[in-house]
Design a protein around this ligand. Structure first.
Ligand code: FEO
Length: 396
């Protein structure tokens, strides 16, 4: 991608990754991702974050096109995850006098990942770095996404360089700014980026939002996805909702099923929920849909019902993978239902009960477990489970 002028003396340098299948080697990115860096050209030149290492050559070329023979004075490191620090070593090699700017947690990562920094400037909250006309101010936002994470606020143009915060999966296909693109595309991808990558740290995100609230922000330059200059409320309101575990009425039903018995139980529950007026019902086969998408809906809807057959006396492995992801990200404020199936000794429902104890969501009804084909008594129990879930959702 070409660089784009954001504002006077300030440039966006973004690179689209359409080749990587799994972000962090975990999360599917069928629509790709962009890695965004920024550069401010003043009496002093400051680069803000870098890019993933596969883009080093074109990144260095773009920088040279913008600044010519001048040297970069500062590399501001908002975040050290390698999708943003991947070009750090190349930048230091090309501009050996550059000063790395970070906070007290940053430089340990620099040393462990790349090198012992030669020139460094340690900043703290409210520290101001003068570049000439432009002044940069720093605020730490720990755990959004790593312990060292901070944001950089450019005072004259009121631009917040926000790191991962307010970022999105999905490449930038021509449009860079939020008002140049159809945001419908980013509705799911920005939420999936948040829930998958930052979702474990919702309380930290809430603290970050409160910390940044006093700043007048006219533009947000995140390290992934669009630059926000017109629809800032679009992304800010979503971050507020997602990070406060504000959930809509609806139920996610996840099942694993080898021979169709457990799937049929899921269908019975879903039909009853629909009869009770629940409109948002999503059934997922854990063997088909990646946990990335399932957990995203768990961050949307208040109800969660999970079913597993026994598999070698324990959980069906693909269901286990989904609940492990949910436990890892630990969303809150849910109602839970459990069901399952077995052929001889069981083990699925038994382990889902342990999941219920660990996750501490409110169990709306006793777990329902069938042996083989669904029979009348257990069908009645599934209907009662669905009714209990509907009652909870509709009581609010
Ligand atoms: Fe986009 Fe936490 O790195």
């Amino acid at each position: 991608m070409q660089y784009v002028n954001l504002s006077e003396d300030i440039y966006f340098l973004g690179y689209n990754d359409r080749r990587t299948h799994l972000f962090e080697n975990i999360w599917p990115i069928p629509h790709g991702i962009s890695y965004n860096s920024y550069i401010i050209v003043d009496e002093k030149i400051a680069l803000i974050d870098t890019v993933e290492r596969s883009f080093i050559d074109e990144y260095l070329e773009s920088i040279e096109e913008i600044i010519g023979d001048r040297k970069i004075d500062y590399l501001v490191i908002n975040h050290m995850e390698p999708d943003h620090s991947g070009a750090l070593r190349a930048i230091v090699q090309k501009y050996p006098e550059i000063t790395l700017v970070g906070n007290k947690k940053t430089f340990g990562f620099v040393e462990n990942f790349y090198m012992e920094p030669e020139h460094l400037l340690m900043v703290h909250d409210d520290y101001v770095l003068e570049l000439g006309k432009h002044r940069l101010q720093f605020q730490t936002i720990p755990m959004v996404h790593w312990p060292e994470t901070m944001v950089t606020y450019e005072e004259t143009q009121k631009i917040l360089f926000s790191g991962d915060a307010f970022g999105s999966f999905g490449t930038l296909d021509g449009g860079i700014f939020d008002d140049e693109i159809n945001l419908d595309f980013y509705e799911e991808e920005s939420m999936r980026y948040f829930t998958n990558i930052v979702g474990k740290y919702c309380p930290h995100t809430q603290r970050a939002l409160k910390k940044l609230a006093p700043f007048e922000i006219k533009m947000i330059g995140a390290t992934h996805g669009p630059v926000w200059r017109t629809n800032l409320d679009w992304i800010l309101s979503r971050y507020e909702k997602w990070s406060s575990y504000t959930l809509d009425d609806g139920v996610v039903i996840v099942f694993g099923s080898m021979y169709g018995h457990t799937e049929k139980m899921a269908e019975v529950i879903a039909r009853r929920l629909a009869e009770r007026g629940i409109k948002n019902i999503r059934i997922y086969d854990a063997s088909k849909t990646h946990a990335s998408y399932i957990v995203n809906d768990v961050f949307k809807y208040k109800g969660f019902i999970v079913g597993s057959p026994a598999y070698n006396n324990t959980l069906f492995p693909n269901v286990e993978s989904v609940i492990s992801t949910i436990e890892h990200l630990a969303p809150k404020n849910h109602y839970l239902g459990i069901f399952g199936n077995f052929s001889w000794n069981g083990g699925g429902v038994k382990n889902l009960k342990l999941f219920a104890e660990r996750i501490k969501w409110e169990l709306v009804y006793d777990p329902v477990e069938e042996k083989g084909t669904l029979k009348k008594d257990n069908k009645e129990q599934l209907l009662k489970l669905a009714d209990a879930m509907a009652d909870k959702l509709q009581a609010e």
